[in-house]
Design a protein. Sequence first.
Length: 291
Amino acid sequence: MRHVYQCPLRWADLDPLQHVNNVKYLDYLQDARVDFLRTIAPGLRADAASDAVEALVVVAHDITYAAPLALHRSVDVECWISEVKAATFTISYEIVTRVGEQRVVHASASTVLTPFVFAEQRPRRLAAEERALLKGWIENPTPSTPLPPMRPHLTPAGHYDLNVRFSDVDAYGHVNNVTFLEYLQEGRIAFTAELRNQLEPQDRTSVVVARTRIEYVRQMHHRVEPYAVVSWIESIGNRSMVVESEIRDGDVVHARASVVLVFFDPETQRSAAPSAAMRALVESRVAPAGR
């Protein structure tokens, strides 16, 4: 059984390629998730309120981008439960447009959530009645898989100073989970731009985001001092590379993420092998094994 949320799009959601920016997909998932849980489990509060005693918080996101999304009046976000555990549950989604009989899936995703008690600053276990209610919406049971341990490779080129804006903070007084992805994007773009600037224009192969996985470790707050996004290249394949990142405050990690970037030809709108010069440069920056 699926819950369908009709999510409006905005012109400002588009990136320079005239597609919805990958970060904006999480906005759509968040709106759909709130609507879904208001409908099926109003006791499990999924929307922000400054006076909330407890609420659901996001533990992790995993989103795979399947097809570019152009500007529409709205898209359908289909939601269902894919896993229920003692203290967490997972919502899965598909972002869909329809033209006549054709159904196009633009992204598939999942979000792991847990009830969080603010006064005690800890998650709590799901009550038996909550688990039973959620299990009634299970479709295609799928176990969530955490990110494997990361081995950060810290270099000056991979360091990006991150300032939290006042508007990034939600009603709980914390940086909203969606905004973390914007921070990671800013750090990753600065990191990859440094690589591209070392190449001649004809050797600069474009990249698009194919998959993003993020785990939330600690809350972030508005403050004057910057946090840091640190990024490194974990691996490179024939037509893709993996960039890993952490959001840090010194040695304290607030979030970690793994992003698959696919080399892309804007003219054909298809994946492509990187230029020889770009491959050589990326390979020279791949984090060393056994670090």
